[in-house]
Structure formats: structure tokens, C-alpha cells
Design a protein around this ligand. Structure first.
Ligand SMILES: O=C(O)C1=C[C@@H](OP(=O)(O)O)[C@@H](O)[C@H](O)C1
Ligand SMILES: C=C(OP(=O)(O)O)C(=O)O
Length: 403
């Protein structure tokens, strides 16, 4: 599927869908399952990123191409570093070769790992020779990506003396670190987080355990947006819990201000557009939830309200430079956007140009974030199948709600 043309939606948005499991939770659990084979996972993500992770863990080949999957790249770097006798070349897409990994590699090497860069210093591809890591203390810069920290935490309980991680600087995307710690705790791993030090105790074995992955909140964000942009709409999404491990569950709070009420009905989220929007300008810091920045910016654009987003310094090293991509595409539609290295300011505007073709920059979230604008105008999405990185059935589910 290349160019997807979406006609303006003229009916009331209504429907009920089951969203696939969180890719963040799934990719952590897949690593942990290698260490603890009596761990069972239910409602795993069917995303490309999780399938690639599964394939990489099952392969007998010495060369693994992880495509665009950031968590898989980072978690597998740590995993193969401690897998004795592993001799692996870990590579990825062109974009992956430009997503930094030096902070993680330096930390692993400090702990005793054997990793070499095969092309550009600080970036994949990597050659990893699995070793027993002998050290148990390392300092790490926490403000570039929390994935480096999660990668280390995931291998920590398998190390003889566990691990002590000391952070330098502010830590970004903290809920993802807490997710890793909470999953470890569910397996009985003991940890503490005091000031800027996380300590993990060793845990060679666990009791039999089944973990059911909650559905993906980042994927739910596109339906929050659709609901906010469709008066009287009602959308039901399964399977979610009130005590989510996912930081993107903050959507329920943010979208309340954008006119969407959330209630839980058993294990489903019910979103309702209450037609209560009075807000003229939204101001949110997304340092804890960077993956919903695109969704929120596009919702505000569709609603014709101003929006000021901060805490976005990690967006430029994701699937694409998401700040530049957002500015380019919103401006094609007639909006005005000012970006800095870590902020985005969308000016209020009421007109949206018809039938514009939105470029997606190999970024699933660009495709999904712009789709709900079809409630306002007909729109075209380029390379629409990019959505499979996190949400392979997105277009079927979007159709169910809107046709
Ligand atoms: O640990 C994770 O599962 C993730 C952490 C975040 O990355 P950063 O920590 O690089 O912001 C997030 O953007 C990504 O989609 C998933
Ligand atoms: C940033 C993302 O993923 P990753 O870093 O795992 O490629 C994402 O899914 O938005």
C-alpha cells in the first residue's frame, strides 16, 4: 500500500476495537523470557518491532537486522553482551545506523562487555562477543534515551552481583524506566531507586509466572484524537487497566482538556466526546510521554487551537526528526509551527487545506497522527503501511470507526 486517500468522514464516529499489546512491555518481556523460561506472556504485541525481536532471539544466524526497532536494538545489545559465546553482528535500517547508541555501549564496556563499531563510532552496526560481565557499578547519562537504562536493567538480575546504576544529569522518559522496574518486580526481582542510583539484586531463577500485556496506550492515542475531532463520538478500546505501567496513559488526563472523557468499563476504555471544549491553548510538557507528541499537535491543529509542547528533546533521534516532520506537514496543510530543539509551538488557525498528501518519513506515528484530520478534510497519507512498526491493523481499525 503506498498512497492512502481518505475521504472526509461524514458520519458519527462510533465503534469498538481490540488493540494489540504494548510493544514496550512485550519487548521487555521477550528479553526476560530468555533468562526465565518459565515466564509466559499473554496478549503480546503483533507489531513489527516485537516480531523482529522474537525473530532475533530465535535465530541461529550470526547477523541480525533489526530494521527500525529502537527498543529491540538497544535491548538486544545488552542481551547479547551477556550471552556467553554469542558472536553477533547487530545491524538495522539506514535510520537505525544514525540513531546513537554510544551511551549504552560505553556503559556495557565499562561493565566488561566486548562490543565494536563496524561503521560509524557511536552507531550501529555493532559486533558483540558475549561475555560474563564482572563489574556491577556504572554511571550513565540519563537525558538522551531511557532505552539505554532499561536495556541495562533488563540484564541486571542475571549478573552475579546485580547492578548499581548511577545517573548523570536529568533522566528522560522516566515512566519507561519505571515500567522496566515494575516488570522485574512482578518476577520477584528486588530493586531500589534512591536519588540518582538504581540498585538491582541478582535473581538467577523465578517462580512460574504468566504476565498479560496491557494493550498499547500509544496506539490508543490516535482514537483519542479521532474522538476529540468528532462531536458526539464514542469509542471503546480493549484491553486496558486503571493501573497501567505505560506512561502514555496520561492521555486520559490530557484529552480531558481537549473534550474527551474516559471511563473504564471492565477491561475497556470508553472515550466520549462531551462537546465541552472551551480550551483556547494547550500547554504540556511531554518529557515523560514523548510518543504522543505528534498525536496531540495534530489534534490541536484539527481543533483550531494553539498548542505549546515542551520536553521534546528526544524527538529528533526517533524514527525521524519528528519536530521537523511535524512542522513540514502541518505547514503543508496551512498551519504555522515554530520549533526549537525541545519545543513545538503551533499557532491557532481555523483553515485546513483539502486533499494534501502527507509525507510519513518512515515513521508509523506520522501516518497515524495525521489520519484523524479526515474528520475535517479529505487527506492523503504516503507509505501508509509504515503503521506496522507498532500497529499493523491500524487502517482496518480506523475504517471500522469511521465508515
Ligand atoms: O523503553 C521504551 O519502550 C521506549 C522508550 C521511549 O524512548 P526514549 O527513552 O528514547 O525517549 C519511547 O519513545 C519508545 O517508543 C519506547
Ligand atoms: C520511538 C519509538 O520507537 P523506538 O525508539 O523503539 O524505535 C516509537 O515507537 O515511537
Amino acid at each position: 500500500m503506498n498512497l492512502l486517500k481518505i475521504n472526509k468522514i461524514n458520519k458519527k464516529v462510533k465503534g469498538s476495537i481490540q488493540i494489540t499489546g504494548s510493544k514496550s512491555e512485550t519487548n521487555r518481556l521477550l528479553i526476560l523470557q530468555q533468562f526465565y523460561q518459565n515466564l509466559k506472556i499473554e496478549n503480546s504485541s503483533n507489531s513489527d518491532d516485537s516480531r523482529l525481536m522474537q525473530k532475533a532471539l530465535a535465530t541461529t544466524s550470526n547477523e541480525i537486522n533489526i530494521g527500525h526497532a529502537g527498543t529491540a536494538m538497544r535491548f538486544l545489545t545488552a542481551y547479547f553482551s551477556v550471552k556467553e559465546n554469542a558472536e553477533i553482528i547487530l545491524t538495522g535500517s539506514h535510520r537505525m545506523k544514525n540513531r546513537p547508541i554510544k551511551i549504552l555501549v560505553d556503559a556495557l564496556v565499562t561493565l566488561g562487555a566486548n562490543i565494536q563499531y563496524l561503521e560509524k563510532e557511536g552507531y550501529p552496526p555493532l559486533k558483540i562477543l558475549g561475555e560474563k560481565l564482572v563489574k556491577y557499578f556504572v554511571e550513565i547519562n540519563g537525558n538522551v534515551s531511557s532505552q539505554y537504562i532499561s536495556a541495562l536493567l533488563l540484564i541486571a538480575p542475571t549478573l552475579k552481583k546485580g547492578l548499581q546504576l548511577k545517573f548523570k544529569g536529568e533522566v528522560t522518559s522516566v515512566p519507561y524506566i519505571k515500567m522496566t522496574l515494575q516488570l522485574l518486580a512482578e518476577l520477584g526481582v528486588e530493586y531500589s531507586w534512591e536519588n540518582n542510583i538504581i540498585s538491582i539484586q541478582p535473581k538467577p531463577k523465578i517462580k512460574d509466572k504468566t504476565i498479560t500485556v496491557e494493550s498499547d496506550w500509544s496506539s490508543a492515542s490516535y482514537f483519542y484524537s479521532l474522538c476529540a475531532l468528532s462531536p458526539n463520538s464514542e469509542i471503546k478500546l480493549a484491553s486496558y487497566t486503571k493501573n497501567s505501567l505505560q506512561g502514555d496513559s496520561v492521555l486520559a488526563v490530557i484529552y480531558k482538556d481537549l473534550g474527551v472523557g474516559t471511563r473504564f468499563e471492565e477491561n475497556s476504555l470508553v472515550l466520549r466526546n462531551n462537546n465541552t471544549l472551551t480550551l483556547k491553548s494547550l500547554n504540556v510538557n511531554l518529557i515523560s510521554a514523548p510518543d504522543i507528541a505528534q498525536t496531540i499537535a495534530v489534534t490541536c491543529f484539527g481543533l483550531g487551537i494553539e498548542c505549546f509542547l515542551s520536553g521534546l528533546h528526544t524527538l529528533k533521534i526517533k524514527e525521524t526528526d519528528r519536530l521537523v516532520a511535524l512542522k513540514n506537514e502541518i505547514e503543508k496543510l496551512g498551519g504555522e509551527v515554530v520549533i526549537t530543539d525541545e519545543t513545538l509551538h503551533l499557532k491557532a488557525s481555523t483553515k485546513i487545506k483539502e486533499d494534501i498528501s502527507i509525507a510519513t518519513y518512515d515513521d508509523h506515528r506520522m501516518a497515524m497522527a495525521f489520519a484523524p484530520l479526515a474528520t475535517r478534510v479529505s487527506i492523503q497519507i504516503e507509505n501508509a503501511n509504515v503503521v506496522s512498526k507498532s500497529y499493523p491493523t491500524f487502517w482496518e481499525d480506523f475504517k471500522k470507526m469511521t465508515c
